[in-house]
Every structure is written in C-alpha cells, then in structure tokens.
Ligand binder design. Structure first.
Ligand code: E4P
Length: 222
C-alpha cells in the first residue's frame, strides 16, 4: 500500500520524505488555507511541494461547475507534471472527470461517502477515488466498511480506479486499510509519525543501551 501525506505544511512534508515512506500527497482547500496565513503565495507554496514530493500531488479545484473545474485543472496542471486534479463528487464533477480523462489529466474524485458514488466516478474516468472514513465515523457510521465495499465492487468489475483511503484519523485506520488491500492511505503527518511508535521498542532499546554501558569500553575496541 502506498502512503500519501495529507498536508500542505512544508516542514511536515520534508520530514516525512526523509523517512522514505512518502509516495505522494493530497491537499484540500482547508489544508492550503492553513499554510497561507504568512507571507507566502499559492504558486510558490505549491511549486515547492511539487518539486520535493516524489509522486502524485492532488490539488483541488474550487469551481462548482464543470467548465470552471476544467479551466482550473488546465492552470494547475501547468504547475507540475505530478499534479493530480481533485474534483468534488457531484454531477458537474462527473462531467469534469470525463473531460479531463479525454485530456489525459489524472484526477482524484473527492468527498466520496457511498459505493454508488465510487462506481459513478470510476465510470466517468477518475484515476483515484477518495472515500472519507473519518468523517463517516464522526456520524456513527463505519467508514472502513465503505472501503471494504468499494474494494469488493471494484474487484468484481476489474475497475482500475485506485482507492485512496482519506480522512484518516489514527493508526488503526491505516492498518485496516492495508488489510482490506486499499491502494493508498493518505494521512496527516501526526498519524504517520504514530505508525512507527511502539512502547516495547522503546523499552527494549533502553535496556540494550543500559546493558551495553556495563561493558568495559577497553574490551570494545575494534
Ligand atoms: C483527502 O484527500 C482529504 O484531504 C482529507 O483526508 C480530509 O480529511 P479530514 O476529514 O480529516 O479533513
């Protein structure tokens, strides 16, 4: 399973990439807006992100009708080869997905909350589908069962649209997504950081280092 970071924060992106675990990135208007509070402008922020991320980077359109989405997509695509256009899952979004497929522009259908939406965006030509598990959990639904269902349906019909498990809130979401066989998990930096932690690792390392200190250092020359 590929790991994407779900952030527009350059420090988080650089740190995650240094771990060798970042295959791509997703953003949304909320995440971009958080990083635009200082002096920086959109073009230089996104330009830097596209330069350092070793894989696809999803940038979301904000138009609500398909002509506007396509115009935005064309402009965003000029910013870098690895740009993927994030399109909202609406009727207008379907029209844009269909047109962008014809233009060979990769797309990510976002805000997906049902199997039928996942089927529709795949038929319209989406490269990626982003079902939001955390936001379903928030309203007492089982987000991960949606991933299971989409995976089953896509496998039933050999659909090539890749499943990005989105709105991930904790490490169990990542583990469950991997067990189901989702293609990608996109997660906040804090969740990625938690994946490597284990108290038994810390305890074991502490004991190894304490025992090492007991050896007469003269005996350790080599
Ligand atoms: C995915 O592409 C979205 O940017 C993201 O996962 C949304 O997560 P949230 O529900 O935590 O805002």
């Amino acid at each position: 399973m590929k790991f994407f970071l779900d952030t527009a924060n350059l420090d988080e992106i650089k740190e995650g990439i240094s771990w060798g675990c970042v295959d791509g990135l997703t953003t949304n208007p909320t995440l971009i807006s958080k990083e635009m509070k200082g002096d920086g402008d959109f073009k230089s922020l996104v330009g830097e992100i596209l330069r350092i991320v070793p894989g696809p980077v999803s940038l979301e359109v904000t138009s609500t009708e398909h002509e506007g989405m396509i115009q935005e997509a064309k402009k965003l695509k000029k910013l870098g080869e690895n740009v993927v256009i994030k399109i909202p899952t609406t009727i207008e979004g379907l029209k844009a997905l269909k047109e962008l497929k014809k233009m060979n522009i990769d797309t990510n259908a976002t805000l997906v909350f049902s199997v039928n939406q996942a089927l529709m965006v795949a038929k319209a030509g989406a490269t990626y589908v982003s079902p939001f598990v955390g936001r379903l959990d928030d309203i007492s639904e089982d987000g991960m069962s949606l991933i299971e269902d989409i995976k089953t349906v896509y496998d039933n019909y050999s659909i090539e649209t890749k499943i990005i498990v989105a709105s991930i809130r904790h490490p169990v979401h990542v583990r469950d997504a991997a067990l189901i066989g989702a293609d990608i998990a996109t997660m906040p930096f804090d969740v990625m950081k938690k994946l490597i932690n284990h108290p038994k690792t810390d305890e074991g390392l502490k004991r190894f280092l304490e025992d090492w200190e007991k050896i007469d250092k003269k005996k350790l020359r080599f």
